[in-house]
Design a protein around this ligand. Structure first.
Ligand code: FDA
Length: 299
C-alpha cells in the first residue's frame, strides 16, 4: 500500500459513516434485496452468474443468527421466483459461529435443505484463522448429507494445500482466494510473491485432479498464469469458473473469459451492514486517492 493510500485509508476510517457510504456504493449492489434484483437481472443479461451475500458478520445473539438464516432462505426463494442465475455466499460468524459452532452448523444445515429445494448451492465464505478448522469441520459433516455446499480456501495459509488434499475425493467445489484477514507469520505467507506461488501450486493441483475450482482473484499475473494452466492441462470449462468482486474494474478480463466460454461469477454483496466490507474493498483499491477525489467531486 502506498504512503498516500495509507494516509487516506486512515482518514476514511475516522470519517462519519455517511461520508464513507458515498465511497462504498461502487462495491455494494444495494442496501436491500429489492434494490439488488434489477442489478442481478442486468448482470445475468450481460452473461455473468452471481453469488449473493447479505453483508454482516460476528452476529451477537442466537435470535439474530436465526433471523439472518431466515433472510438467506428468503433470498433463495426470491432467486428462484425471479429466475436469477445466482447462488449464495455465507459468512459463518453471520449465522452464529461466534455464539456456538453448533448453532452455525444447524443454521447452515437448514440453509442447505432450502437450497436443495430450489436446486441451488451455498458457498461458505472463509473468515479469519480462528474459524478455519471449525468451518471445515462443519463442511465435512454437512457435505456428506448435502452435495450442494462448497467452501473457500485461502492461498495465504500454510495449511491450505493439505486442507485441499484431505477433501479432494469428496466431490469438492471450492473457491480459491488469496485471503483478506491479518494473520500471523507463524501460519501464513506475508509476502505477495509467496502467496501467489502458493495460489498457483494449489490451482495447478485442483485443475490437474479435476477438482471444481472458483478462481477468485483480480491479480492479472494470476489470471494470466491460470490461462496457461487451463491450456497446458487441457482443462474442460466445466471444471472451473472465474470469480470476481462486484465493483472491482476487470472488464477486459471478464470479456476475455466470456469469449472463451468460461463461466464468470460476480460476488454481489448487499444490505445494511455495508461499513466493514466497504472499508476492506477501499483499502485494497490501489487508486484510493483517485477514487476518493473523483467521488467527492461527483457528490
Ligand atoms: P490483489 O489484492 O493483489 O489485487 C490485484 C489487483 O486487483 C490490484 O492491484 C488492483 O488493480 C485490483 N483490485 C483489487 N481489489 C481492488 C479494489 N477493491 N478496488 C479496485 N481494484 C482492486 N477473502 C477471504 O479471506 N475469504 C473469502 O471468503 C473471500 N471471498 C472472496 C470472493 C471473491 C469472488 C473474491 C474475488 C475475493 C474473495 N476474498 C475472500 C478476498 C481475497 O482474499 C482478496 O483479499 C482479494 O480478492 C484481493 O486479492 P486479489 O487476488 O484480487 O489480489
Amino acid at each position: 500500500m502506498s504512503y498516500l493510500n495509507k494516509i487516506l485509508y486512515k482518514i476514511l476510517k475516522v470519517l462519519p459513516r455517511s461520508i464513507v457510504k458515498l465511497f462504498s456504493k461502487r462495491y455494494i449492489a444495494g442496501f436491500n434485496f429489492d434494490e439488488t434484483i434489477a442489478i442481478c437481472k442486468n448482470l445475468n443479461k450481460q452473461g455473468f452468474e452471481l453469488t449473493l451475500d447479505i453483508l454482516g458478520e460476528h452476529t451477537k445473539t442466537k435470535d439474530q443468527a436465526i433471523l439472518i438464516t431466515g433472510k438467506y432462505k428468503d433470498i433463495l426463494r426470491s432467486i428462484n421466483k425471479n429466475n436469477i442465475k445466482a447462488n449464495i455466499s455465507i459468512k459463518p460468524t453471520h449465522i452464529g459461529y461466534d455464539i456456538t459452532p453448533d448453532l452455525f452448523e444447524k443454521n447452515l444445515s437448514d440453509l442447505a435443505l432450502t437450497a436443495n429445494q430450489y436446486s441451488n448451492f451455498i458457498r461458505i465464505d472463509m473468515e479469519n484463522s480462528t474459524t478455519t478448522s471449525g468451518t471445515l469441520s462443519a463442511y465435512d459433516k454437512l457435505h456428506k448429507k448435502h452435495a450442494n455446499i462448497g467452501i473457500v480456501l485461502q492461498a495465504y495459509l500454510f495449511r491450505t494445500f493439505e486442507d485441499l488434499k484431505e477433501r479432494q475425493n469428496d466431490n469438492l467445489n471450492f473457491r480459491l482466494c488469496k485471503g483478506i484477514y491479518k494473520e500471523s507469520n507463524k501460519i501464513c505467507f506475508q509476502n505477495k510473491n509467496e502467496i501467489n506461488t502458493n495460489y498457483l501450486k494449489i490451482l495447478e493441483y485442483a485443475l490437474s485432479n479435476r477438482i471444481y475450482v472458483g478462481i477468485a482473484t483480480h491479480d492479472e499475473h494470476l489470471l494470466s498464469e491460470s490461462y496457461k494452466l487451463i491450456k497446458n492441462l487441457d482443462v474442460s470449462p466445466d471444471d472451473f469458473e472465474f470469480q470476481a468482486l462486484y465493483g472491482v474494474p476487470l472488464d477486459k478480463w471478464h470479456k476475455k473469459h466470456m469469449e472463451n466460454n468460461y463461466k464468470v461469477r460476480l460476488y454481489l454483496p448487499f444490505g445494511d451492514d455495508w461499513y466493514l466490507y466497504s472499508l476492506r474493498r477501499i483499502k485494497e483499491n490501489p487508486n484510493i486517492a483517485k477514487y476518493v477525489i473523483r467521488n467527492l467531486f461527483k457528490h
